[in-house]
Design a protein around this ligand. Structure first.
Ligand code: PLP
Length: 429
């Protein structure tokens, strides 16, 4: 059974008070809180095992190396990947940039096409703008419907000009052809919570752009639902450890072995080399080829422990819990919406949405609403959520976002809703 109160007892920070009120942490899409087990694992590493990995024959170095190897095995099992396909990076952003610099920059040519969607986080948008500019490739952007769901089919495209790139927008089907070499899409939107249909996307790619690779931004999926890279049909997937109960500084890029093997390294230096001669250098095999320099050893070990914790809760149970919470929150917010008090963004069906409630209080800037909520101890994010184009699509400058995780309760959602009612009063609306 999924016992939220028992889970909450594992998170020391949830005992905090904010200005005298109990903390109601509704910003897990930005970063999750960490259970004591993860905090202990980090302290244990620094207290008893701290040494660099792969660098020494001494006991501490061997222990640290084994701990990192074990964490890699845990990650691989968690996403059903091969161990040497798991590359440790600092965060999803670094993983996405690794693909941009070490794969796309080498593989794309003038007039090739990269397809992204309007839902992308800036970290899965800006690198593609830069690479397209550099190699003379084109950027195509999948549009969304009024509930923020990707438009998969439909004809008619629009060309946007005015910047350095000529960008074409439309449905996925209308944007795919044999020039497309990469489709880079998020599995779950951090702004609207939209769960994108990766299986259908893969089918369309196979039909219309068979040589295109699929990169999935898993930053908001891997922490919240069972992820199996063999079923996902992707070629690459990036995600961040800090959004899944792990420490900051830990992240993962997964890639298909044959593609990773064909790529040049991203960073050069220690730990990624085969042989170094003054006249030239060879590279180590996977995964070391992409892990130059000292990694965040404690972060990686902490991520392994976070995965143990998530596995003990069960990823399907976590998804069910969050689906129930978002369904509950949407039901409550819709009543307010009918009264004209708030505007809610994103899919209305909990099956199509992660645990992310995005809204605005009518007539109040999202930052002001978030500040009022903070007075009651409620932490929500406000602004553009590193997704300026999707926020603008809904004709607003900013949105407020409450995001849920394993420790979120219905009581906290009730409290949020009650305090949202207070917001207009503060501004005498
Ligand atoms: C969908 C998505 N992609 C990528 C990122 C970037 O993650 P990080 O800042 O950990 O690199 C985020 C962070 O919010 C995200 O939500």
């Amino acid at each position: 059974m999924f016992d939220v109160n028992k889970i909450r007892a594992d998170f020391p920070i949830l005992e905090r008070k904010i200005g005298g009120a109990p903390l109601v942490y509704l910003d897990s899409a930005a970063t999750s809180q960490k259970p004591k087990r993860v905090l202990d694992a980090i302290a244990d590493f620094y207290t008893k095992h701290n040494a660099n990995i792969h660098r020494g024959v001494h006991t501490l170095s061997a222990e640290a190396t084994t701990m990192v190897d074990e964490a890699r095995e845990k990650v691989a099992k968690f996403i059903n990947a091969k161990t040497d396909e798991v590359i440790f990076v600092r965060n999803a952003t670094e993983g996405l940039n690794l693909v941009a610099y070490a794969w796309a920059r080498q593989s794309l040519k003038k007039n090739d096409v990269v397809v992204i969607s309007l839902l992308e986080h800036h970290s899965n948008m800006v690198p593609w703008q830069i690479i397209c500019e550099e190699v003379g490739a084109h950027l195509h952007v999948i549009e969304v419907d009024d509930e923020g769901r990707l438009l998969l089919t439909g004809t008619g495209t629009t060309q946007l000009t005015g910047g350095k790139l000529v960008v074409t927008t439309g449905s996925l089907e209308s944007l795919l052809d044999e020039r497309v070499k990469l489709v880079a899409v998020t599995a779950v939107s951090n702004v609207l919570g939209t769960i994108t249909p990766t299986e259908e996307i893969k089918k369309l790619i196979k039909k219309k752009s068979p040589s295109a690779k699929l990169l999935v931004d898993g930053a908001q999926m891997v922490p919240h639902m069972k992820t199996d890279v063999t079923k996902l049909g992707a070629d690459f997937m990036a995600f961040s450890g800090h959004k899944m109960l792990g420490p900051t500084g830990s992240g993962v890029l997964w890639g298909k072995r044959e593609i990773l093997e064909s790529m040049k390294p991203f960073l050069y230096g220690g730990d990624m080399i085969g042989e170094v001669r003054l006249t030239g250098t060879t590279w180590s095999g996977l995964p070391n080829k992409f892990e130059a320099g000292t990694p965040d050893i404690a972060g990686i070990i902490g991520l392994g422990t976070a995965i143990d914790y998530l596995t003990s809760l069960g990823m399907d149970n976590i998804r069910e819990h969050e689906k129930e919470l978002i369904g509950y929150a949407l039901g409550k917010m819709e009543k307010f919406e009918k009264k004209g008090l708030v505007e809610v963004f994103g899919p209305r069906n909990a099956d199509e949405r992660g645990g992310v409630l995005t809204f605005n209080v009518k007539g109040v800037h999202a930052h002001d609403a978030a500040q009022v909520l903070d007075k009651y101890g409620i932490a929500v994010r406000s602004g553009q959520h590193c997704g300026a184009p999707i926020v603008e699509r809904f004709k607003t400058l900013a949105m407020a976002r409450a995001s849920f995780y394993v420790y979120t309760t219905k009581g906290e959602i009730d409290f949020l809703i009650e305090k949202i009612k207070e917001v207009p009063k503060v501004f005498s609306l």
